[in-house]
Design a protein around this ligand. Structure first.
Ligand SMILES: Nc1ncnc2c1ncn2[C@@H]1O[C@H](COP(=O)(O)OP(=O)(O)O)[C@@H](O)[C@H]1O
Ligand SMILES: [Mg+2]
Length: 581
């Protein structure tokens, strides 16, 4: 994809426009600074010429002070320019970061399945950091240095057209040559980065597998691999360094040649009487000054290419739209709501069907026990109810309203899913329970904890609700984490609860402990209990068994249990674990 210039322009315009005041200031300061850099050597030339001609001390002093003053002012202006430039760039890219993060969060689960968190971080943060360079350096370096280059050459033309022409040619040749050599190190740098990425991947894998590696005596192998990978990095690193050294020296050589040209042509013109010694100094000074814009011109083209890739990815990501759209806002009036599946079919990424032609009707307040082998589509069913995905065919209704008509926020307030993986945040227990909703009063949290039988546990914590939890739930037992999840559900008070193998990781003793909490949780709510163990579905009114995404068996639990021909009856006889594993 080749982006039209308009894409860059839109981006600049959209994010620079809100800062137009600061941007205008930045531009004028930049122009001023360039002007000062070109003018200052002229002051020095006047000083030299007047000193050689035996000028008055007073005039020389004024001249010298002016030179120093201008140099200082110019540096001060440059500081402000750099500050402003970074500021404008970061303001713009931070706005972009926020915009992209919000956009990414609004995208479908299928998007998030395809894009790993690391990749998103790289796009939202990494790419934006590069873009900051676009916003600031585009102005500072490309335009600024371009103008400086033109300014210097113009000043030389004014001094003497032959010098102007000569040095213009010189600048063109140097830029062309540098452009040829500047990329020689790129393949090695890429290879080095790749080798580093491989090393980090390897280290991560090895650290994660420490126990197995030691247990199986693979330590020597690990160390040898580590050595090889580091040797690989070193190999590419050395080549890259060497080539960069060549580039830097090419620049140095060009500058030295420029200096020789300046001195020789200056001497020649001076001997011919065309210019003064001061002007010879001017030539030398200007050639020195040329180094910066020439270098920048060479480098910026490269940055521009990286940024091109960023802008491309950015545009691509912005173009993605969620497929799960907000409904028009039907009201969920019924509480607890009933749940109806009508001939629902679904597949991930248009692959094999995961759910096919699924129909059932769960009346308000009833509890459905959902059984099925791993991979039969139980979790997928829960995701459809939560509208993380939309079914390919058929219709799901909650409380009489089509899911697609409900507003996502209202839907997600009315449905809660508890899985075996309870996500805990590095925050206080209170924030973990309320999801950072500070409007929930402590009394309510305490009441819910008490109701779930967590009162004693809370009192055993050193700081009560202010106790600090670690990520990954370190310090909480699996049972406690589960109860934290239940408390969250209570605080949100949804009408439909889905427990997705919520207690499958707990040992039977802990599970017993949770019984009371589960009972409370189901009171006055419609529920689906997805379970591995038969004990867990004992409180279900209805039983549904999924077989490869199809309805295997569906009916009243007591009826099925009493029917010797039913699969459920068979399961009760044999014990679920063996059959469903
Ligand atoms: N995010 C996903 N992307 C693609 N396929 C998936 C995804 N999640 C689950 N599947 C597939 O869908 C099928 C049903 O999975 P799931 O609903 O998790 O089953 P269960 O919860 O009954 O074990 C499985 O074949 C699984 O591999
Ligand atoms: Mg599952």
């Amino acid at each position: 994809m080749n982006l039209p210039l308009k894409a860059y322009w839109d981006l600049l315009a959209r994010h620079i426009y809100p800062q137009k005041g600061r941007f205008a200031l930045l531009t004028s300061l930049l122009l001023g600074s360039i002007g000062l850099r070109i003018v200052n050597p002229q002051v020095m030339r006047a000083f030299i010429d007047s000193a050689l001609a035996g000028g008055a001390l007073q005039a020389l002093l004024v001249n010298g002070l002016a030179f120093l003053g201008i140099a200082l002012v110019q540096q001060a202006v440059m500081i402000v320019v750099t500050y402003l430039g970074e500021n404008v760039a970061w303001t713009a890219t931070n706005a972009l970061r926020a915009e992209l993060a919000r956009h990414a969060l609004s995208l479908d689960m299928s998007f998030h399945n395809e894009h790993a968190p690391g990749e998103l971080i790289e796009r939202i943060d990494g790419d934006m950091t590069e873009m900051a360079a676009f916003f600031s350096q585009f102005v500072l370096n490309l335009i600024g240095n371009g103008l400086l280059l033109v300014g210097i050459l113009a000043a030389l033309f004014i001094e003497d057209w032959r010098a102007g022409l000569g040095f213009s040619l010189y600048a063109v040749v140097v830029i062309l040559v540098l452009n040829r050599v500047k990329d020689i190190a790129v393949p090695d740098q890429k290879a080095r980065r790749q080798a580093e990425a491989e090393l980090f991947g390897f280290v991560e894998e090895q650290l994660a597998g420490t126990e197995d590696i030691r247990a199986n005596g693979a330590v020597d192998f690990s160390i040898r691999e580590l050595f090889h990978r580091q040797a690989n990095i070193f190999h590419h690193s050395r080549r890259a360094h060497f080539k960069r050294w060549i580039i830097e020296n090419a620049m140095g050589l060009s500058m030295a040649i420029g200096m020789i040209l300046a001195v020789l042509s200056g001497a020649w013109l001076f001997v011919g009487g065309a210019i003064t010694i001061g002007t010879v100094y001017l030539f030398v000074h200007y050639i020195n000054l040329l180094e910066e814009p020439i270098w920048a011109m060479t480098r910026e083209i490269e940055t521009f290419q990286t940024i091109g890739a960023c802008v491309e990815r950015l545009t691509e990501m912005r173009r993605l739209q969620p497929e799960v759209r907000d409904g028009r806002g039907a009201i969920l009036a019924v509480r607890p709501p009933g749940l109806v599946f009508e001939r629902v079919s679904f597949s991930y990424n248009s692959g094999d069907p995961v759910l096919s032609d699924l129909t059932f009707d769960l009346a308000p307040g009833r509890v459905l026990g959902l059984l099925g082998r791993t991979g039969s589509g139980k979790t997928t069913l829960a995701r459809l109810v939560f509208r993380l995905y939309d079914p390919a065919d058929g219709r799901i209704a909650l409380g009489g309203a089509d899911l697609r008509d409900l507003q996502l926020e209202a839907l997600r307030r009315s449905v809660a899913i508890v899985t075996q993986d309870v996500q805990l945040f590095q925050a206080s227990l209170r924030d973990n329970l309320t999801f950072f909703d500070r409007s929930i009063p402590d009394e309510r949290i305490l009441a819910v904890l008490e109701e779930l039988g967590l009162g004693d546990w809370l009192r055993s914590l050193p700081d009560g609700l202010d106790s600090y939890l670690e990520t990954g739930g370190k310090g909480l037992s699996a049972g406690e984490a589960q109860l934290v999840a239940f408390t969250r559900v209570f605080l949100r008070d949804p009408g439909l609860v889905i427990l997705d193998e919520a207690s499958s990781r707990l040992d039977p003793a802990t599970e017993q402990h949770l019984e009371r909490a589960v009972e409370k949780l189901l009171q006055g709510r419609t529920a689906i209990i997805i379970a591995h163990r038969l004990g867990t579905v004992q409180r279900a009114d209805e039983i549904m068994i999924l077989e490869g995404g199809r309805l295997g068996e569906y009916g009243e639990r007591l009826q099925l249990a009493a029917d010797p021909a039913s699969y459920f009856h068979h399961l009760l006889q044999t014990g679920l674990e063996e059959v469903l594993a």
